[in-house]
Design a protein around this ligand. Structure first.
Ligand code: ADP
Ligand code: MG
Length: 326
């Protein structure tokens, strides 16, 4: 069997901040196959952006990253900064959160894409101009957009330019951090289509980060739900939406306006996620969980298989020794 396009094993991110050691990403593992679209969902502050930045090797010196990140079987973080620099953008690339607002206002779009292409060590045989028009076409924009300035473009077009800049070096893995958050619904669909199309044509794996279950459901084949820096559930999208296992996922689905059934009342999740990086003896969700029972406050749950095992949940409800059944 061929290696997965992206394999993340036991990723941990700790950050030294104000004399404290914050454990922001805890033992995150997932794999994404070539051409697959994988979602990362969770409320704001649960560690999605920190996870993506760790995969890119772009966290500050105050952060320490442990774990393995393999692209096509090659450990890209293995030898530290030098190793990741060789792979960044060429093998793994990211569309940053708010990327469409970070374009240079005084430079044409084509020039900015060409400069992004220049980051690739050893220019390809394709002339840069040709490469710019190819990549614009890949994200559904006309070649003459290259001569325009960011302020001359709509939000959706600017976001597609940001995607073009990320894929100009034809990465194997594309990470996209909340790429549609600031956009209205019709434009959101266009941007998601551009992302899907670019990844399909490149045969790249897509990791799509969003707090919006509707967006993830639109695009992804599988997803991981994050809470307080941990993956608390992974499943195929249909299972996640119709048969969620973790109480947090169940609440996320019930609280999602874009998925709400007309005959069902929208719920809100009481409380807020715990402060970043604090140590908790039991399950991180216990304080907000409507289904917590004896062991939840004192012992951390394992990541148990649910049903056939394709679905997994970090919850004592699925503990093989648990007397309580969902
Ligand atoms: N530089 C930092 N200093 C202190 N805390 C941070 C820093 N960066 C991120 N955090 C904290 O880490 C947690 C995860 O943040 P983030 O990865 O941005 O979450 P998400 O993308 O899911 O909204 C948050 O609680 C955030 O406050
Ligand atoms: Mg974020």
């Amino acid at each position: 069997m061929t290696a997965p396009c992206l394999e993340v094993r036991g990723l941990n991110v700790r950050l030294r901040s104000g004399g404290r050691d914050l454990h922001l990403v805890r033992d995150v593992s997932f794999t994404v196959q070539s051409g697959e679209r994988f979602g990362l969902i969770g409320e704001s502050g649960c560690g999605k952006t920190t996870t993506l930045m760790a995969l890119m090797g772009l966290l500050s010196d105050r952060a320490s990253v442990a774990g393995d990140v393999l692209v096509d079987g090659v450990d890209i973080l293995g030898d530290g900064e030098r190793s990741v620099r060789a792979h960044r953008w060429r093998d793994i690339a990211v569309v940053f959160q708010s990327a469409m607002n970070a374009l240079n206002p005084v430079q044409t779009v084509g020039r900015q894409i060409a400069e992004a292409a220049g980051r690739m060590v050893g220019e390809s045989e394709l002339p840069v101009k040709r490469r710019v028009s190819d990549v614009l076409e890949l994200v559904g924009l006309r070649a003459d957009v290259a001569g325009r300035y960011p302020h001359e473009l709509s939000g959706g077009m600017r976001q597609r330019v940001a995607i073009a800049m990320a894929v100009v070096c034809q990465p194997r893995v594309l990470l996209a951090d909340e790429p549609t958050t600031a956009l209205d619904v019709i434009v959101q669909a266009q941007v998601l289509t551009a992302l899907e199309r670019a990844c399909a044509e490149l045969g790249a794996a897509l990791v799509l980060v969003s707090h919006d279950m509707g967006v993830i459901g639109e695009v992804c084949d599988r997803a991981a739900v994050m809470y307080a820096g941990e993956v608390v559930e992974t499943a195929e999208i249909d299972t996640l939406y119709h048969d969620p296992a973790h109480p947090y996922t169940q609440l996320l689905i019930a609280a999602s306006p874009s998925l709400a059934h007309r005959d069902r009342e929208l719920v809100s999740i009481a409380g807020t996620p715990p402060a970043a990086g604090g140590a908790v003896p039991g399950c991180g969700f216990v304080a907000r969980c409507p289904r917590h029972f004896d062991p939840c406050a004192s012992s951390a749950p394992h990541f148990w298989p649910v049903g056939s095992g394709m679905q997994r949940a970090r919850c004592h409800l699925y503990d093989s020794a648990s007397k309580v059944r969902p």
